[in-house]
Design a protein around this ligand. Structure first.
Ligand code: XBP
Ligand code: MG
Length: 233
């Protein structure tokens, strides 16, 4: 059976946070007349909470507790997140975010080798689609046999649920899969799901603890599929 590469999206395929998600959050807050403005430093801290709705709730609970306690706060979070997703999709579709070096080459080589490809991400499915379409190829979403995204599992990374969900749909044992991640939350999710994990450190994750990773690199450049499933010694 052919092995599978399971890719994270944000931070792994592309550095989407600072120039994609962060301005989209701020644009949504402004659209709703909220006095919230996230800067890049605060955002680095907020990234500890995965998932955009979860991140907004966490922020409000801490910095705007009166609003967070309002009866309609749950509905506000849903509306803000819908607006944020629209802003994000628009900027990504306009070509705002390139893939990280080596990503397109590795995906191309894995496809040529007949390997199976999948995605496991906490971000919304329309965001994944927009990024793959604009930055990889118009039909690139179809290259991935399983795309696990957003709210398909309620417990987001570092919970293992999204990796379990994807691996079950691939119908593969954990040993036939390799997760590719950029963050400690993603690494924890993959490891708890029993998967080997290659970490490609990114701009927001450089200083995190990756001791549980199979390998840690700063770029996927030059990595060939055969490096990822070395024959047993
Ligand atoms: C990515 C995230 C996401 C995005 C926002 O984590 O944490 O929350 O920042 O996406 P990972 P949404 O790379 O570990 O999957 O707003 O669409 O939730
Ligand atoms: Mg990530």
């Amino acid at each position: 059976t052919e092995p599978a590469l399971i890719f994270d999206v944000d931070g792994t395929l592309a550095e989407t946070e600072r120039d994609g998600h962060l301005p989209a959050f701020n644009a949504a807050f402004a659209e709703f007349g909220l006095p919230w403005v996230w800067d890049a430093r605060l955002y680095g801290e907020l990234l500890a909470v995965t998932g955009g709705k979860e991140r907004i709730r966490h922020f409000a609970g801490r910095y705007d507790p009166r609003r967070a306690a309002a009866a309609d706060f749950g509905e506000l979070v849903q509306q803000l997140h819908r607006a944020k997703t629209a802003h994000y999709v628009r900027s990504v579709a306009a070509g705002a975010i390139p893939l990280r070096p080596g990503v397109a080459e590795l995906i191309g080589a894995a496809r040529a080798a007949g390997w199976r490809l999948a995605i496991a991400t906490t971000t919304a499915p329309e965001n994944v689609d927009a990024l793959l379409r604009a930055s990889l190829a118009p039909d690139a979403a179809g290259w991935f046999e399983v795309i696990g995204a957003g709210d398909v599992v309620p417990a987001k990374k570092p919970a293992p649920d999204i990796y379990d969900w994807v691996r079950e749909r691939l119908g593969l044992p954990a040993a036939a899969c390799l997760a590719i991640e950029d963050s400690a939350n993603g690494l924890d999710a993959a490891r708890t799901a029993g998967l080997r994990c290659l970490v490609c450190r990114g701009e927001y994750s450089r200083d995190q603890d990756f001791s549980a990773a199979w390998r840690v690199v700063d770029s996927l450049e030059g990595i060939a599929p055969k490096d990822l499933f070395p024959p047993a010694p």
